[in-house]
Design a protein around this ligand. Sequence first.
Ligand code: ADP
Ligand code: MG
Length: 233
Amino acid sequence: MANETAQADRAVRLDGVSKFYETQAARITALEKMNWSIGGGEAAALMGPSGCGKTTILNLLGGMDRPSGGEIWVSGENVAAMSERQLEVYRLRKVGFVFQFFNLIPSLSALDNLELPMLMAGVKPEERRVRAESLLDSVGLKAKGFKRPEELSGGEQQRVAVCLALVNDPPIILADEPTGNLDSHNAKVISSMLIDLATSRGKTVLVASHDPKVVEQFPRVYHMRDGAIQQVT
Ligand code: ADP
Ligand code: MG
């Protein structure tokens, strides 16, 4: 029962979500009254051509942008109704985000990059270092903690970025084209790592990609086109 509750808490649901972008020339409809959900602990890929709305969905789920209408339920909370302050806390604690371009601060070492969001979340210094070291160890980078991003390969940087998404132990991991800047070997390593977060650690993982080779590794694939899910495989 407790486990069932935990699973329900992690579920992600879009209820009638619309997103319009206003530009000088036109109003662009990215999503219109979209209904969609993924289960708690699922490793899901969101696949579709460029422009179909994948980033829009991830940004809405990540609390980085607001919908034009509808409700976005994550971990039992309606993200669409949160205040700016609530969104800040949500982004820090409830979701971990992995981006295409690694998103590490260039002047900081890998360890310091990982400690920064813990500092913001009020984690004590000793614990910050222990957690950061243990995360780097878990992705095989224990020896590289004092290296800055430019001293690491692309694959290594993205492994640090996956750790960064995990530092505050959020239930939801969102990744937007996380392998878009990697060769096929490293793409596989990162995809497997993301899938493993769901299977071994019970996280809900959603990865947007337009690369069929990446997507086919995921146990569930949502195929998106023109702002709607067309098929689930
Ligand atoms: P994807 O990630 O699948 O490539 P996006 O979510 O980025 O798709 O884009 C969905 C649609 O919304 C596209 O038509 C895109 O051009 C448009 N769009 C996305 N962001 C903006 C923006 N900031 N301003 C105007 N239009 C945008
Ligand atoms: Mg995109």
